[in-house]
Design a protein around this ligand. Structure first.
Ligand SMILES: *Cc1c(COP(=O)(O)O)cnc(C)c1O
Length: 305
């Protein structure tokens, strides 16, 4: 049983008219738990369940934790999510809504994660938010769906946090023979760990994260993301927080869907008409979604301007 939905692929009139190109949107914001994460996490949870796992453990207070909670509830497997003290009330509420046990531990994600790992018993599975080949394999299904609908984009725009989505989309492009379609990998300025890794030729740990796009806040990308830069055309792009938030707000009016700034970073490439896109006639934007920011929050940031 597949835990994710096959999502709509929209041809956006609003974004096409604005950019003068033919903009496609893969609407993973419409997944049941609000983001693409359920594709990879769903596959990983199913696989670990079949291998005998009877509890899922996560340390993500974001969309990865929500996807684990959703998958666990659907499979009838209990879920424990350890989150740091900084986790918002909204995130905890969403996890409770999915019937996960939420443990608050530590000042930062690192401490919560360390504690989560100590909880792992013999029949438990730990679900990493981005660094697991099963996740990449699951995320790749979004490209299978695009190919099955006979749309042939000439670039894919996506957001990068830890690089799981990037790794999955490239796996999807390559398993469909689309070796020459470049990926535009977008981050916000305060979370540019992929840009730093590309420049260094290996994953580098950022000293701190400073962005409203909390889902992009991995201090270091996974090795696979850097390895793929040598095997597939990838262009790194960086936008400001304000551009990402503004894109989310415009997207609500254009497509009536609320997304997080992490997703707005990709949308901002189109809304801000970034130079990197000028070369492409048929860009596909992965609308990766995100459930942890409300419309009210989006409209209150930067004075709502
Ligand atoms: C997880 C997430 C990302 C980043 O994905 P990575 O696999 O960590 O690169 C981007 N946007 C949203 C909404 C997410 O939940």
């Amino acid at each position: 049983m597949q835990l994710h939905l096959n999502t709509p692929l929209l041809n956006s009139r609003a974004l096409s008219q604005l950019s003068g190109s033919n903009v496609w949107l893969k609407m993973d914001a419409l997944q049941p738990c609000g983001s693409f994460k359920i594709r990879g996490i769903g596959l990983a949870c199913r696989t670990y369940y079949e291998q005998g796992a009877r509890r899922f453990i996560s340390s993500s207070g974001g969309n990865a934790g929500l996807a684990v909670a959703w998958a666990g509830r659907t499979l009838g497997v209990p879920v424990t999510v350890v989150v740091p003290e900084t986790t918002s009330a909204r995130a905890k509420e969403l996890l409770h809504l999915e019937q996960a046990d939420v443990i608050v531990h530590g000042a930062s994600w690192q401490e919560a994660n360390r504690y989560a790992l100590t909880l792992k018993g013999e029949s438990d599975a730990f679900l990493h938010p981005f660094d697991d080949p099963l996740l990449w394999q699951g995320h790749a299904t979004m490209i299978d769906e695009v190919v099955a609908s006979n749309v042939r984009p000439d670039a894919v725009v996506l957001s990068v946090g830890g690089g799981g989505l990037l790794s999955g989309v490239i796996e999807g492009l390559q398993r469909n023979g689309l070796y020459d379609i470049p990926v535009i990998a977008v981050e916000t300025e305060g979370a540019a760990s992929f840009r730093a890794a590309v420049e260094a030729g290996q994953p580098v740990e950022l000293e701190h994260i400073n962005t409203v796009a909390s889902s992009l806040g991995a201090k270091m990308v996974c090795e696979q993301a850097v390895r793929l830069v040598g095997l597939h055309p990838v262009i790194s792009e960086v936008v400001t927080d304000e551009e990402a938030v503004r894109a989310c707000r415009r997207f609500i009016d254009d497509h009536r869907v609320v997304t997080e700034p992490a997703c707005g970073a990709s949308l901002a490439c189109i809304y801000e008409q970034k130079a990197v896109l000028k070369a492409f006639r048929n860009p596909l934007v992965i609308v990766c979604g995100g459930a942890t920011m409300s419309a009210e929050q989006l409209f209150s940031l930067y004075g709502g301007a």
